[in-house]
Structures are given as C-alpha cells and as structure tokens.
Design a binder for this molecule. Structure first.
Ligand code: GLV
Ligand code: MN
Ligand code: MN
Length: 423
C-alpha cells in the first residue's frame, strides 16, 4: 500500500513553524530558538497542535507535555490496534536550525494528511507526536519527554528538574508546563505503539559526502553528560602570585584540553565536548572562585564509553589537586547505546530502494526520541543529508528534495508497518 505525499505542503509547514522564535546566523541564515517550555515553545506547540486538530486527529497531552495525535474512529482504520507512531520534537537549542526535530513531526502530519485524503483502510492507525525537551538544552537530561513516555523516569522526578537558565537554576519542569498550558492529564508511561519511526536530518556530514539520499539508521551512540564544578579562591588578578592561586578556570582549561586529547587518543567514534562554561564572578581582573562546565562524551561502544568516563574522573581528581581546588560532579544524562529493530532498519532500506533513492545503513551521532521509544516498541529512523553536516546552528540546511524524499520514505515504511500483521 502506498500514498504519494505532498512535498509542497510539508515545506510550507516547515516554513511556518520556523517563523516562531526566529533567529539569524552569522551569515544571515534563518534559524529558530524555541528552548523547551518557553513562550516560543508554547507558540510552536500551539501551531502544531492546531494542525493536528484540523486533521481531526485524537490529540492527547500527557503529564510531561508530550503531545500525541492518532487517527480516530472513522479515519479508515480498524479500531483497537496500537498505532504506528512517528514523531520527534519541536523544541530547539538556543542556536537551533529549522529542521532538527521539526522535520520528523511535520513529516508525520504530512503522511497522515495524505493517507486520510486517499481514504486508505489500514490495520493499524497512524499517529504523530512531539516529545517535550528533546534537546535537554534547558532541562537535563535530553530526550526527557520520550524518556518519561517510555517509563525510564517517573513523572514526579521529571517535574522536579530545574531549568538551567542564565543566572542560575530557574523554574521546574512542572512550573513551566503549567505556565504554558501543557501540563496534560494522559498518564506516563504512555501506551506502547505498534512501532515507532522518526525522520530526522542527519546533522552530520556522511550522507552528503557519499552522495547518498537516505540513511537507514541502525542505532544511536551512548551519551554521557557530566556537570563539573571546580571551586577555588577568588582573588586579585594582579597581586596574587601564580604559585599562591587556587584557580578553577585554569583547572577547567586543562580538562577541556584533556577531553579533546582523549577523543583523539581513543579515535572515532569517540567524541568529547566541553559545551557550556560559567565562571564566577566572570570579571577581567579577578581570579574566579568557581568554574562550572559540562562534558559531553559519546561512543557507540558502551565499554569504551565507560573507559572514557573513568579517565575523565581520574583526571578531574588530578587536576583539582594540582590547582588546589575542590571538584564536584553531577551526572546530567547517561544513556547506553541503542540498536534499532532490524525489521524497521531493513524496511527503511527497502522503501528507499523501491523509490530509487540511494541508501546506506549508519549509526546516529545525535540523541533522538526514537532511542527512548525503542525501549517499548520496535523502532527505527530515517536520515536525510545535512548540507556541510552542520546542525545546532541556524545554518543547518537540507535540500527541499531530500526533505520530501525522506518524508516519502517514512510514509512508505509507516504504511508497510500499518498494513502488515502483528510482529
Ligand atoms: C540531542 O539532540 C543531542 O544529541 O544532544
Ligand atoms: Mn533532534
Ligand atoms: Mn538537536
């Protein structure tokens, strides 16, 4: 069973959502900033929710603010079966592009609208969702909404997480859900879909470099986020001899270099990033009293990722000793590598090939909601090329033809899953 999606309608919706929280990149590129549970996120949610309702879908909002829309009675499916769900997120990092997350959600809407228009009779209904705080940029960990949906964290725990807002901890998840009107009543964990499929931009350079159109994603690498605080002594930058300093910024600098060298030493696919740094009091002529920063370590191999974490812990202790500072660490996120379901990976490959689109299997470097849904149902992902491999940047870009091709492949995979028997 097949349906041809309307690429123009998909691109129009992507444009309209990108208008909410617009930002401009260094060379005038158009990006989006909709940090989770801010006013901009609420406005984006309202727009997409309105589109879901316009299609007559049954929309539910759960206790962590995930929004799931499923074809209802009378929409051409036989009732009582779990939906074939797709979706992603519409929150962004502060320097977000227009496609990360948004593509998967709006492609889902497009697939459903096309299927409804064609009046297809399916064994399983189709659904599309957007999950709260996938980015983890405001509330750690990342993939928070889908983690709670899949039962990996309780709603109560998630509600108590505080925003990492500038100037110190901000309101809790629960406060913000209530404030923006998305504290829903559907229970978490959610009910398991029949299958989950997520279309996403690759956010890396591989597909473009190899001249390929589609990625059949085999899994997601493990993620380890740590917040480190070095505390020393604030003092005068001109009068304090170097030998008498307890300088947390110097300690931080050593760790930033250490993790970069660690990734080089371990080799690909190990990556390591110091992404957020805060010094206190952050003044030109003051040795800081405190340095707080994050370390993001990722690897597809859990054993190697654990070794990277151990090396980091040992180095933090050594560097703290050397600089006479104390060190505290907090785990912000820790997810093991996830392998997607072979039955979905092979369907993605087959669907791309049947449309004459070049395709390869590949792992994902970024975290995705599909890695959480994989805990509760067969899950998989479709990638489309990112020009220059740029993402988390307003310059993030994918060719229109690739956006449309990815949506078509997702439609074919979803219909195959919805039309087939039980597993
Ligand atoms: C989330 O999108 C991440 O990969 O950091
Ligand atoms: Mn994403
Ligand atoms: Mn992202």
């Amino acid at each position: 069973m097949h349906v041809d999606i309307d690429g123009g309608r998909l691109l129009e919706r992507l444009e309209a959502l990108a208008e909410i929280g617009p930002i401009t990149g260094a060379s005038g590129e158009r990006g989006s900033a909709r940090l989770a549970l801010t006013d901009a996120d609420r406005d984006g949610r309202d727009l997409v929710l309105g589109w879901m309702r316009d299609l007559g879908l049954d929309v539910s909002i759960d206790a962590i603010g995930n929004v799931i829309a499923v074809m209802g009675e009378g929409c051409g499916h036989r009732s009582g079966r779990a939906p074939v769900l797709c979706g992603s997120h519409i929150d962004t990092v502060a320097t977000g592009g227009r496609f990360d997350g948004n593509l998967g959600v709006l492609a889902g809407l497009e697939v459903i609208e096309s299927v409804l228009a064609a009046g297809l009779e399916l064994r399983h209904p189709l659904g599309v969702g957007f999950f709260t705080d996938e980015e983890g940029a405001r509330f750690a960990p990342d993939m928070l909404g889908s983690l709670v949906y899949a039962g990996g964290m309780t709603v109560e725990q998630a509600h108590d997480i505080r925003a990492a807002d500038p100037g110190g901890p901000g309101p809790t998840v629960r406060d913000e859900l209530e404030r923006i009107g998305y504290l829903g009543s559907s229970p978490c964990p959610g009910s398991p879909p029949h299958a989950f499929v997520e279309l996403h931009v690759e956010q890396g350079p591989v597909l473009e470099a190899e001249g390929l159109r589609i990625g059949a994603v085999t899994g997601v690498q493990g993620i380890s986020w740590t917040r480190v605080t070095f505390t020393g002594q604030s003092n005068h930058a001109g009068t304090t001899p170097m030998s008498m300093r307890r300088d947390p910024a110097a300690a931080l600098a050593r760790i930033a270099v250490f993790v970069n060298d660690l990734a080089d030493r371990f080799g690909a696919p190990q990556v390591a990033t110091v992404g957020r740094i805060e010094l206190h009091p952050n003044l030109v002529n003051v040795v800081p009293s405190r340095a707080t920063f994050t370390v993001d370590l990722r690897n597809t191999d859990e054993v190697v990722l654990c070794r990277a974490e151990e090396e980091l812990a040992a180095e933090l202790a050594r560097v703290a000793e050397r600089h006479g500072v104390t060190v505290e660490t907090e785990c912000l996120a820790r997810f093991e590598p996830v392998a997607f379901d072979e039955r979905i990976v092979s369907r993605v490959e087959a669907a791309a090939a049947a449309r004459g689109l070049s395709v390869r299997r590949m792992p994902s470097g970024a975290g995705h909601d599909a890695q959480m849904l994989a805990r509760m149902c067969p899950s998989g992902m479709v990638f489309v090329p990112s020009i220059g491999g740029v993402s988390h940047n307003p310059a993030e870009l994918t060719e229109d033809a690739d956006l449309v091709a990815g949506c078509q492949v997702m439609a074919d995979v979803m219909l195959d899953l919805a039309d087939g028997g039980d597993w």
